[in-house]
Design a protein around this ligand. Structure first.
Ligand code: AMP
Length: 284
């Protein structure tokens, strides 16, 4: 596995590979890798056999708010490197913040409506930072296929819109959410949870499961589903709910009556740690 650190090295590699007719599969991450990230690498390799797998690790300052966890975001490059190696990555791209945002950097991508809702409302500027860095990474890595996790469902919706609107020549592939055996969605931020918070955070998955059961039982009302999810999370003394909602999977519009492809959405803080989770549901 090659470890590249500068944008120039990355672009040179990408051009050389593509000149040979080899495809590039890309998994962008912020590191502290887990089985969720590994599953995206495997999915990409499977979809594009013979392609080169490029994994990036970049904790993107532009997508963190001033009171968020940028400075203490967990890091373990030795372990991350071993995981990428194990998954057969050809390249690990580790740019510095100074290389991505050199002095004088002054151009950002401004995503539209979807980026103003939910995560975008609570984290102003978050998706602007995501779109800007993903676009820059796409330019350097030149991927044919880029793989993202449904764990960050709104991010996927915002990026799909960006790729469509700006005619970015890349295919996006979305992988399912990997979970711990007890149902907690894998996240690099889970490491912040103390045992009590960790136990109470299971309420997110419980709420999604209960909501799915309600829907399977024929409940069509968005309100009833929202209330049930909020109640389950609200029972936990350390939980502070940001939102519990059921939305249209494409537009993220809140649904009064469930129809078509929907998404159950949850975000809550457990102690100081903010977690998000979601599940897709289809109404036939
Ligand atoms: P991050 O390192 O948190 O920025 O995530 C990098 C990529 O991994 C994003 O596309 C995430 O959606 C995805 N991801 C994060 N957690 C999971 C998970 N539990 N299962 C599948 N994909 C995930």
């Amino acid at each position: 596995m090659l470890v590249l650190t500068t944008p120039a090295q990355m672009l040179e590699y990408a051009r050389a590979v593509k000149a040979k007719g080899v495809k590039i599969v890309f998994v962008p991450t912020m590191g502290f890798l887990h089985e969720g990230h590994a599953s995206l690498m495997r999915l990409g390799k499977k979809r594009c056999p013979g392609g080169d797998l490029v994994v990036s690790i970049f904790v993107n300052p532009a997508q963190f708010g001033p009171n968020e966890d940028l400075a203490r975001y967990p890091r373990d490059l030795t372990r991350d490197r071993a995981l990428c190696e194990r998954e057969g990555a050809e390249v690990l791209f580790l740019p510095t913040a100074g290389a991505i945002y050199p002095p004088g950097f002054d151009t950002f991508i401004e995503p539209g409506k979807i980026a103003t809702l939910f995560e975008g409302a609570i984290r102003p500027g978050h998706f602007r930072g995501v779109c800007t860095v993903v676009n820059k990474l796409f330019n350097l890595v030149q991927p044919d296929l880029a793989v993202f996790g449904r764990k960050d469902a709104q991010q996927v919706a915002v990026l799909k819109q960006m790729v469509r609107d700006l005619a970015i020549p890349v295919e996006l592939l979305v992988g399912p959410t990997m979970r711990e055996p007890d149902g907690l969605a894998l996240s690099s931020r889970n490491v912040y949870l103390n045992p009590e918070e960790r136990a109470q955070a299971l309420a997110l998955n419980d709420a999604l499961r209960e909501a799915r059961a309600l829907i399977a039982g024929g409940e069509p009302r968005g309100d009833a589903i929202r209330r049930r999810m909020a109640e389950i999370v609200g029972r936990q003394p350390l939980a502070r709910l940001d939102y519990a909602d059921v939305v249209d999977a494409a537009s993220f519009r809140t649904l009064d009556t469930l129809t078509g492809d929907c998404l159950l959405l949850l975000a809550a803080k457990f102690g100081p740690t903010r977690l998000i989770d979601n599940e897709p549901v289809s109404i036939p």
